[in-house]
Design a protein around this ligand. Structure first.
Ligand code: BV8
Length: 238
């Protein structure tokens, strides 16, 4: 069977690049109300407040750099594919640090902070500056309809069908820097396990689905991920 690796990342992999996590004690949802800022109702209620929240995060992302964990995953992808394996990186993160580190086989299942989407015509545009309620869509011209291309609670994540089509043939699965609190991403490890894959959790501590993994490595991603990448590559393609 062709070695097929699916890696799921969460905000913990970007923590050492200076970007916030969500459910740690000093996390984003400890400071901000997810119902007002990460739901369609919240955006309808007060779009300016939601734009301010994501504009601040977008500006913060401009100051951030990929860290050794992002770079190790990009190096692993190239070596895994060169060795004839299948590789998919699914991220819950909306930052572009995986891309900047060189990852290519990437699915942003919760969207991308550096993209805007028109609520009227769904037009997507690259977006590196602030969004506001007074801006008009370049495609349809409607004013006040632009939003960050981010998946909010209650919205359909991106690429779910593709991910569930890959999981049954996965031989290796790793969740890196995620609490396993958000569905459907939280169910991927169990799905991979049902397919007979070895499953790894790399985080600071066991997440909500910690019990489903066959292996675990706890510690900071910049220390654990590079070593894990070397190990999994040499063990699989020795
Ligand atoms: C949907 C916006 C229908 C982007 C986010 C059961 C089944 C299906 C759905 C549900 C269900 N039960 C409830 C739901 C609804 C809901 C949900 O899961 N709610 C939870 C809270 C109970 N899910 C949804 O609404 C999703 N949509 O279900 O549509 C559907 C269903 C099935 C199939 C198709 C459609 C939409 C979810 C997306 C919501 N958007 N944010 C943004 O603003 O960024 S959620 C938010 O949580 C982020 O996207 C984030 O990526 C995501 C997950 O959080 P984590 O990344 O894991 O971050 P967290 O802080 O929690 O954990 C960090 C981890 O890192 C920790 O473990 C920590 O120890 C570790 N760490 C920290 N530092 C380091 C580290 N590790 C290593 N090194 C370090 N240095």
């Amino acid at each position: 069977m062709t070695p097929s690796l699916l890696i799921l990342t969460g905000s913990g992999i970007s923590a050492e690049s200076g970007l916030g996590t969500f459910r740690d004690t000093d996390g984003i949802w400890a400071k901000f109300d997810w119902q007002r800022l990460a739901t369609p109702d919240g955006f309808r209620e007060d779009p300016a407040e939601v734009h301010a929240f994501y504009n601040a995060r977008r500006r913060g992302l401009m100051e951030a750099e990929p860290n050794p964990a992002h770079k190790a995953l990009a190096t692993l992808e190239a070596a895994w594919v060169r060795s004839g394996g299948n590789f998919t990186l699914v991220t819950q993160n909306i930052d572009d640090l995986h891309e900047r580190a060189g990852s290519e086989r990437l699915i942003h299942m919760h969207g991308e902070l550096l993209q805007s989407r028109c609520g009227a015509c769904s037009d997507l545009q690259a977006c590196r500056d602030d969004l506001s309620i007074t801006m008009s869509c370049r495609a349809c011209g409607r004013e006040g309809q632009l939003r960050p291309n981010v998946v909010w609670f209650g919205e359909m994540p991106i690429g779910v069908d593709e991910i569930f089509s890959i999981l049954p043939s996965v031989t290796h699965f790793a969740a890196v820097g995620t609490s396993g609190a958000v569905w459907p991403a939280a169910g991927f490890a169990e799905e991979a396990g049902r397919a007979g894959a070895t499953t790894w959790e790399l985080s600071l501590e066991a997440g909500e689905s910690g019990h489903v993994f066959t292996h675990a490595v706890y510690g900071k991603a910049t220390e654990t991920v590079p070593a894990w990448c070397d190990r999994i590559l040499s063990e699989t393609f020795a």
